[in-house]
Each structure stands twice: as structure tokens, then as C-alpha cells.
Design a protein around this ligand. Structure first.
Ligand code: UN1
Length: 509
């Protein structure tokens, strides 16, 4: 199905300008840094990218702001994030418009992204009174050991187009209550939503009396990111993107003994066992595989189905895929918007050609849509592909809505297939058998940072830690105790006795 006609680029430009205007951002046009929309694939505005001097200025300002911010009491830092959350709520509709215009998300998912930002602000405000350290029993009389958490420094946040605002907020809301200052280098593909978020945070800072430079935005290309990565004054580089990007960032930050927090590619799978509730499984699979046009790092990319139910499940999925409404993401009936670019579509077609050559068979979908109405845009049917084994293309992350389906006979075999990819972000099992579910969640089960039962791989809540193992980079963001990555700990030994006993029974003097 194709939903209603696409808006024109002029409509989208006007809508973006209106949303930005409501938020309070004046778009300064005339620069050579483009803002585009994947809805038509066309140019919206010419913005201005940060120069090398701008980057230097941002780092210096951020270091100066850190000196003030680190000694501001944490609950007062929470006030800034509380106000940011209120402003996000007030402008939810406008922000969601910008997410749809720049990232192509359907309305409900764009609103969901802003909700995720509001949620992390709430979480971070609570956290601002819960940056707990432990008191530890000392082996020495009249001594106390304590663990203290201190702000870390300047945090560089490098984010991707697919969650252009939420991933920034997970990092920024938590970093700010932790007493860090933030420099944000967003994806080149989503400058408008970045300007909006930066503006709202600046407004919140002004209103609560926080230093303006607790946050700086740098629009720009790879060179801006590289300067931040190599700058010794940046204590933590939190980068979301491809494994290829992380392979460059990680060693460069490590070479200067900086910290990095990497949230890289996923190649997420679901196992469907014979006892699964198939109604629920079909819903969960279609949302996880086709939602966001397959452009979440948590998107379901591999389905490992028990051989006895494979035909039935494939039939039901094929029927669901054939009914997916594809097109204008502003239309409430649409479930699949555009891919971010025609380059992404070419990559998808390249992967499909390779998997066919490796014996894969297309079961449903895969055709381009709306090519006449919008030749520069990249609308496509999500695609379901049957594969006999996990060939190299199946083991790679292709950032597009391709779901590879494989059959298995024993749970051990399914788990082995599940883990036999380089990435380790998200995973799930559909089963009504508790033993199977527990095996999947156990140390010998899924090797991912996220392991679910009877829901798909995507759509995590902010309360849990988010991130994954292996080529996914190992970082944890968002909830749980991910905040510890944004702080440094100190172990304190306090002697309140009149003697000086040494540890380990050592005697001296
Ligand atoms: C991402 O795709 O980079 O769990 C983040 C999810 C979302 C976040 C995805 N909460 O799918």
C-alpha cells in the first residue's frame, strides 16, 4: 500500500521553519552546509558549519564552564534538566515535526522519540539526588573507606541520524546532572533538530542560571568529530554510529587515554520457538524489522525460526509485509517512511544482490516505491529473505529493512546461530516455555547487551542501560548505572584513630 501524496519540499520547508520559529530558532540561511529532507530527498536550507576556530572556542568555553558546573550541587544541576524536560514537553509536536522532516520517521515514532527525551530528563532529575557512592569496611581500626563520584569533564557527544535527538538527550541529560559539560556533534543529516535541542537547552540554562556553555553545538562534517576525538581536553567521547566509525574513534581516544563510550552497529536476532504465541510474535517481528524503515540500531535483522513452524510464520509475515502502508510519514496511516537517502537504498540493493547470489530467496517486498513522485527520495518495501545459512552478508549490519529468515532444529543450534555474528546489541526469544526463555537469558544464552522475552529487539525503555557487546562497542548509556561512565570515582581512606596502622599488616618506622 502507498499512503497519501507526499508533501512538496516547499511545504516541508515551511513546516520546518514554523516548527523552528515556535521553538525560537531563526534559521540563518545562506551557508554551504545543507539541511535536507528524506521525504523528497531535496534541499531545505543552507546552514553554516563550524570552523576549526569555532571548535576551539567551544572546547575552551566548555572547559571553563566545567569549572563552575562541577561544584554546582548535583540536585541544582538537576534543575537544569528538569526545565529542559518541561520545554521538550511544551514543544513535543514541533520537535517531532523536525524529526519527521529530517529523519523521515512516521509521526508516532517521531513523537515517541521526543517522549524518550522527556523520560530521560525525568530519570536524570531523580538521578541528581542519587549519585551514590559506597562506604566500605576497612581492615584497619578507626578507619573508613569510601567511594566518591566526581564529575568527569567535557563530554563530546557524536550522534547519528536515526535517533537524532533522543540519543543526544540520553547522554546530555545524564552528563549534565553528573556535573559534566557537553559538546554535541550531531549527524550531518539532521542539523535542524540539533539547532532546536541546543536552543531549548540554552533557554533552560538561562532560566535556571546555569552557565550557557554547559552545552555547545557544533554542526559540521567528519573533521569536526575528528578534532573532538583527538582533543586531550575532552574526557569522554560518547559516539553512536557504525562499527566502522567506532573502530576509528575507539583507538584514537584510547591513544590519549581518554574514555570512550561506543554504541555501534547491531545485527539483532529473534528466536521463535514452537511454543511461541504467533499472533504476538508476528506483531513484535514486524514492528522490530520494518519499523523506522529498518533504521534503528536495534532493528530486527535476523529471524531464527524452529523448522516445524517456519512455513506458518513465513506465511503470516508475508501477508503482514504485503499490507504495510509505505509513504508519507506525516500521514497517520503510514507505517514505513523513507530511507534516509538514495545511498542507503543503493546499499540495501547491494546487500540483496549479494544475498541472492549466496542462495537467498526473496519472500516478500523489496521493491522501490514512489520513485516517480520523488526521484531523489528512497522509499522501499521492507523485505523478507529466506536464507539457508548465515553467509557473510547476513553477518553484516545493512542499515535498511531487510529481515533474513533462517530455520533451526534445536535450541542449542538456534543460540549458536544467534551469537555467531560480530555484533552484540539486542536480541529476543518468542516462547511460552519458561525453560527456553531462561536458557536464552542465561550466561550460556544470548551474548547481547539487551535480551528480551516475547517482545522484539527494538524499542527499549530509558530505565535500563542501553548498549551491547563485541562490535557494538561495549558502552552503556541511558538508565540503570550507566551514569558511572560520565563520572570518575575516587577511593577515600579516612583515619579517625590516633594510630597509623598500615594495610596488609605492614610495619614501618
Ligand atoms: C538507536 O537506534 O541508535 O531501543 C537507538 C530502541 C530505541 C533506541 C534506539 N529506544 O530501539
Amino acid at each position: 500500500m502507498t499512503s497519501t501524496a507526499l508533501p512538496t519540499t516547499d511545504d516541508l520547508r515551511a513546516r520546518a521553519r514554523a516548527a523552528l520559529g515556535n521553538i525560537g530558532v531563526d534559521v540563518a540561511e545562506g551557508g554551504g552546509f545543507p539541511a535536507r529532507t528524506p521525504l523528497t530527498g531535496e534541499h531545505l536550507f543552507g546552514l553554516t558549519a563550524a570552523t576549526e576556530a569555532d571548535t576551539e572556542d567551544a572546547v575552551a568555553a566548555s572547559c571553563a564552564a566545567f569549572v563552575i558546573w562541577r561544584t554546582t550541587p548535583a540536585p541544582r544541576r538537576g534543575e537544569l534538566v528538569r526545565r529542559l524536560g518541561e520545554l521538550l514537553r511544551e514543544h513535543k509536536g514541533d520537535l517531532a515535526d523536525l524529526v519527521t522532516i529530517e529523519a523521515g520517521k512516521i509521526r508516532s515514532e517521531a513523537l515517541g522519540e521526543i517522549q524518550e527525551m522527556i523520560d530521560i530528563c525525568h530519570f536524570a532529575v531523580g538521578l541528581s539526588r542519587q549519585l551514590y557512592g559506597r562506604t566500605i569496611a576497612s581492615e584497619r581500626p578507626g578507619h573508613r573507606l569510601a567511594e566518591t563520584w566526581h564529575p568527569l569533564g567535557v563530554v563530546a557527544v557524536i550522534s547519528a541520524f536515526n535517533f537524532p535527538a533522543a540519543v543526544w538527550s540520553w547522554n546530555t541529560a545524564v552528563a549534565l546532572v553528573c556535573g559534566d559539560t557537553v559538546i554535541w556533534k550531531p549527524s550531518e543529516l539532521t542539523p535542524l533538530i540539533s539547532l532546536a535541542c541546543d536552543h531549548l537547552l540554552a533557554r533552560a540554562a538561562e532560566e535556571v542560571g546555569a552557565p550557557r556553555d554547559v552545552h555547545r553545538l557544533l554542526l559540521g562534517d567528519r573533521a569536526v568529530g575528528e578534532r573532538l576525538v583527538d582533543d586531550r581536553r575532552i574526557a569522554l567521547v560518547s559516539a553512536t554510529g557504525s562499527t566502522r566509525m567506532g573502530r576509528e574513534v575507539g583507538p584514537r581516544v584510547a591513544a590519549r587515554f581518554g574514555r570512550s563510550l561506543l554504541e555501534l552497529g547491531g545485527n539483532n536476532a529473534a528466536i521463535v520457538t514452537p511454543s511461541a504465541d504467533l499472533d504476538l510474535a508476528v506483531q513484535g517481528i514486524v514492528f522490530a524489522a520494518a519499523g523506522t524503515a529498518g533504521q534503528r540500531c536495534t532493528t530486527l535483522r535476523r529471524l531464527i525460526v524452529h523448522r516445524d513452524i517456519a512455513d506458518t510464520l513465513i506465511e503470516r509475515l508475508t501477508a503482514a509485509y504485503e499490507r504495510l502502508p509505505i509513504g508519507n510519514p506525516f500521514d497517520d496511516t503510514t507505517l514505513v517512511g523513507p530511507l534516509i537517502s538514495t545511498t542507503a537504498l543503493d546499499t540495501m540493493h547491494g546487500a540483496l544482490a549479494r544475498v541472492r547470489a549466496q542462495g537467498g530467496k526473496i519472500l516478500a517486498g523489496g521493491n522501490r516505491r514512489l520513485a516517480e513522485a520523488a526521484p531523489a527520495a528512497a522509499y522501499t518495501e521492507p523485505v523478507l529473505v529466506h536464507v539457508g545459512e548465515q553467509t557473510d552478508v547476513v553477518r553484516e549490519e545493512t542499515f535498511a529493512p531487510i529481515l533474513y529468515v533462517l530455520a533451526y532444529d534445536t535450541l542449542d543450534e538456534a543460540i549458536a546461530l544467534h551469537n555467531d555474528v560480530p555484533q552484540g546489541l539486542s536480541s529476543s526469544i518468542f516462547t511460552r516455555d519458561q525453560r527456553e526463555a531462561e536458557v536464552f537469558l542465561s550466561a550460556a544464552g544470548s551474548d547481547c547487551g539487551i535480551a528480551n522475552v516475547n517482545i522484539g529487539t527494538s524499542g527499549a525503555e530509558i530505565g535500563g542501560a542501553f548498549g551491547g557487546e563485541k562490535d557494538t562497542g561495549g558502552g552503556r548509556e541511558s538508565g540503570s548505572d550507566a551514569w558511572k561512565s560520565y563520572m570518575r570515582s575516587a577511593t577515600n581512606t579516612i583515619n579517625y584513630s590516633t594510630g597509623l596502622p598500615l594495610a596488609q599488616g605492614v610495619s614501618f618506622l
